[in-house]
Design a protein around this ligand. Structure first.
Ligand code: AMP
Length: 401
């Protein structure tokens, strides 16, 4: 079975084509600047050079058509015909309380995703455009939706309720959902496999540290708690997002600075975090470089970022009454030797002994970077959300056949 994985944003669409016999990637790519002039398609076939095409792509229907043209192109394609695509899997940011796992797309599922637009106004409408664009271009091909929130639906009320009037939960479903669920699910499962231990016997803290960042307390293979909340703004300090702040700051700043709701939202989501504190960049590489060159603001940003992460790891160790495995993943987690070292060296009381040499080694493989005597196994596990989406799509479509 060949599965096309799509991550549709409002002006971009990323894709990856899998052959599920061996889970190999046949081609991947992205369409950027949808709805603008000079849209760009970048297509990377597995065994041929990258191709770039600039044209006008005004909507998602045309974007998916261009993707199919690329995938079936006689020179740089990976398929003879579109008919070889057996199923399409979509990443959907918000599944609310309704979706506790991945599902086949039906009219009712689409209605439900639409009802969730309120909770993810920037993401879910764009994902929906991806689904309808596939319907228009590939009628009859089964589609599966995989939600960022679904893995965290196992959280108990103690974790997911906010201590605010309950009527807000009943009326508006204001609660904590958590995000990056596909990644937390993938890396926790992979770590258990590498360690050769059943997932449901391990207490894990998974740290997905990329531009957006979240960590999760995973017990018995299920999320007990996670740092993002009703939206991806809560929790850790991130590239451009503040993470946890005193909520009273919002009305205070709105009043003092005469900011609108949109402006304060934009301040916290796009102009805060590492970018705001370093005054340099939201990119960990640039901040680390500046810090190493002696920039004090960059050092402060790095120190705050790692300090806040350490606090969450400690909190989750307490929430689970112990920790067996600490996992780092995503852009920063997989690549920043300095971040892992700073965080791990600051929480040795938990039974963490980092092997500095293993930590400094570069590899694309999931691996242990703690010493053999470390009570807690520290691991780097490269995430692969697309593969998990492809796997879910494959198994759900196969079962439905
Ligand atoms: P992601 O959102 O998972 O793509 O991660 C993006 C983040 O990973 C950016 O902040 C990058 O600076 C960071 N990143 C990527 N490579 C490195 C690296 N070698 N060292 C430190 N940070 C990195």
């Amino acid at each position: 079975m060949k599965v096309l994985v799509i991550n549709a944003g409002s002006s971009s669409l990323k894709y990856q084509l899998y052959d599920m016999r061996d889970e190999s990637v046949l081609a991947s790519g992205r369409v950027e600047r949808i709805g603008m002039d000079s849209s760009i398609v970048t297509h990377e076939p597995a065994d041929k050079p990258e191709v770039r095409d600039v044209s006008e792509i005004l909507d998602h229907v045309t974007a998916v058509k261009r993707v199919i043209d690329m995938l079936t192109h006689p020179d740089h394609g990976a398929l003879e015909s579109m008919k070889e695509i057996d199923a399409v899997g979509h990443r959907i940011v918000h599944g609310g309380e309704v979706f506790k796992g991945s599902v086949l797309v039906t009219q009712e599922v689409k209605n439900e995703i639409r009802r969730l637009f309120d909770l993810a106004p920037l993401h879910n409408p764009a994902h929906m455009m991806g689904i309808t664009a596939v319907e228009a271009n590939m009628p009859g091909v089964p589609q599966v939706v995989v939600f960022d929130t679904a893995f965290h639906q196992t959280m108990p009320k103690t974790s997911y309720l906010y201590p605010i009037p309950k009527v807000l939960y009943r009326r508006h479903k204001i609660r904590r959902y958590g995000f990056h669920g596909t990644s937390h699910a993938y890396v926790s499962d992979m770590a258990a496999k590498v360690l050769g231990k059943p997932l449901d016997t391990l207490k894990m803290v998974t740290c997905h540290i990329g531009n957006g960042a979240s960590c999760a307390a995973i017990q018995d293979g299920k999320t007990l708690d996670t740092s993002m909340g009703m939206t991806p703004l809560e929790g850790l300090m991130m590239g451009t997002r503040s993470g946890d702040i005193d909520p009273a700051i919002v009305p205070f700043v709105m009043n003092k600075e005469e900011l609108s709701l949109n402006e304060v939202n934009s301040m916290l989501n796009k102009h805060s975090g590492m970018l705001a504190i370093s005054g340099i960049s939201s990119d960990m590489r640039e901040v680390t470089e500046a810090m190493n060159d002696g920039d004090e603001n960059a050092k402060l940003a790095f120190d705050m970022y790692t300090y806040r992460l350490k606090k969450y790891i400690g909190a989750y160790a307490a929430a689970m009454n112990g920790i067996d495995v600490l996992i780092f993943t995503a852009g920063v987690g997989e690549n920043s030797v300095a971040l892992r070292e700073t965080v791990c060296q600051g929480i040795t009381f938990l039974g963490i002994e980092l092997d500095l040499e293993l930590n400094a080694q570069r590899s694309k493989e999931a691996r242990v970077i703690s010493t053999p005597s470390s009570r807690v196994k520290v691991m780097v596990v490269p995430t692969n959300e697309e593969l998990l989406i492809a796997r879910d799509t494959y198994s759900i479509v196969k079962e439905a056949q």
